[in-house]
Structure formats: structure tokens, C-alpha cells
Design a protein around this ligand. Structure first.
Ligand code: ZN
Length: 236
């Protein structure tokens, strides 16, 4: 997908979108330009699987750096929300301890709260159970009926839920991006109403950041979105 803005940010505010800094000696990750706030505000809600199969060493791989990359995507919106209604939060699989209740992306202090939730929560059991976090996501969606809630599930899909959790995902009252971390999506999830995306250890850095940036900027006017090859394949 390619959306070319009619207005370039440099023409509007005399400032080019800042590149998000990557670690030393690594090239910066280009995310694009967030564009202008949509009429219907969005609430982007990533939910992270911290089980051992996902949480093992990071280094430069997009899976290991998923939290750092998510923070980059959130920060990219901070200076571009003029409406004050663009929200985000963080959820985790097996403990609410690291969750961050939704707040305003343009708030510097809230960005700090988001950052504090973008790590493996202390005391996380690392269970591969999606259900409790999904229940919290459903509660949040009910609390923000005026927002389009965009759930982003990041997991290897080795789930130990005993109920029909995939059916609940399909019925989530909002949109859903299902990310398979070094794994393909199970067929009940990989349907017409859910966008799937596979991100592997050997994908170039930035895949998670770009996927979240894509969700954060859906419907924003004039956004410039640099899709990864993987995303283009997933949405083709
Ligand atoms: Zn906004």
C-alpha cells in the first residue's frame, strides 16, 4: 500500500519528520510521517506474549527488540496529535502488572508511562495464555465506545488457552492485527476480517515498529507509511 501525502510536513511546519534513533552503529528506522488526526479517534492496543519461546535473546532482531520498536512507533505520534483523542495502551498476556491503561499519545508524561509498560513485566510467569489479557482488551473497548479500537496481538500463537480464545479474537469489537512472531498464524485467525503478519528473527530491524506505526496511522490524513516487504505480502 502506498499513500502519497498531498502536503509534505516540511511545507507545513518547517520540520521534517524525525528519524527514530536506532542503537549505535545501526541505521535509523524510517517510519514515515504520521499525517493528521482522523475524524474518528483511534485507540491502539498492543498485547504482548512474554512466554519463553518469544522472550529469548534480542540483539538486533525485530522480535527481541519488539518493546523498543513499539516505543518508537508510539513516540512517532507524540508531536502529531492535535486532537488529544489519539490514544494507546499496553497489555500483557499473563499478568496485568505491566499493563498501561489507555492515555493520550501527545502527552509526554503518558509516553513515559507507555515506555514503563513496554518491557517484560516483573514477575511475569511467561504463560502462553491470551484469555485474561483479551478480557482486559474487551473491557477497554467497552469503555471507549467512541474510539476505533485497534488490537495488535504479538505472539508465536503457541497458546495454551482452554476456551475458544480464537473465536473471541474474531469477535473482538474493533479491528485486529495478528502478528506471528517467528510463527505463522493459526488458520482460524488468518481470516478475512483479521490482518495477519509474520515477523521473523531474520527480518530487518523495524518490522514491529512499522507494523505498529501502520496501525497508529490508519485513517490519518496524508500519512506516509513505509511498509515492510512482509506487510505488503500479508496484505496483498
Ligand atoms: Zn489526535
Amino acid at each position: 500500500m502506498s499513500l502519497t501525502p498531498h502536503l509534505q510536513p516540511s511545507a507545513l511546519v518547517g520540520e521534517m519528520p524525525r528519524q527514530v534513533k536506532q542503537r549505535r552503529n545501526e541505521p535509523p528506522i524510517e517510519l514515515g510521517w504520521p499525517g493528521f488526526c482522523p475524524r474518528q479517534p483511534r485507540l491502539v492496543l498492543p498485547i504482548f506474549d512474554d512466554s519463553g519461546s518469544v522472550s529469548l535473546p534480542g540483539g538486533g532482531d525485530p522480535i527481541g527488540n519488539r518493546y523498543q520498536e513499539a516505543q518508537r512507533a508510539f513516540e512517532a505520534l507524540r508531536e502529531w496529535c492535535s486532537c488529544g483523542k489519539c490514544l494507546a495502551g499496553v497489555l500483557h498476556f499473563d499478568t496485568p502488572r505491566g499493563d498501561v491503561d489507555p492515555g493520550k499519545l501527545r502527552s509526554t508524561s503518558f509516553q513515559g508511562q507507555l515506555a514503563s509498560g513496554l518491557r517484560i513485566p516483573r514477575g511475569a510467569a511467561g504463560s502462553s495464555v491470551l484469555g485474561p489479557g483479551l478480557t482486559r482488551a474487551e473491557d477497554i473497548a467497552a469503555r471507549f465506545p467512541k474510539h476505533e479500537v485497534r488490537l495488535v496481538v504479538l505472539t508465536d500463537w503457541q497458546l495454551f488457552d482452554t476456551d475458544n480464545v480464537l473465536e473471541r479474537l474474531r469477535n473482538f469489537p474493533g479491528t485486529m492485527l495478528a502478528i506471528g512472531l517467528n510463527a505463522s498464524l493459526p488458520s482460524p485467525v488468518d481470516g478475512h476480517d483479521i490482518v495477519g503478519l509474520r515477523i521473523a528473527h531474520d527480518d530487518p530491524p523495524g518490522a514491529v515498529a512499522r507494523a505498529l506505526f501502520g496501525e497508529l496511522t490508519v485513517g490519518r490524513r496524508g500519512r506516509r507509511f513505509i511498509a515492510t516487504t512482509a506487510i505488503e505480502e500479508a496484505t496483498a
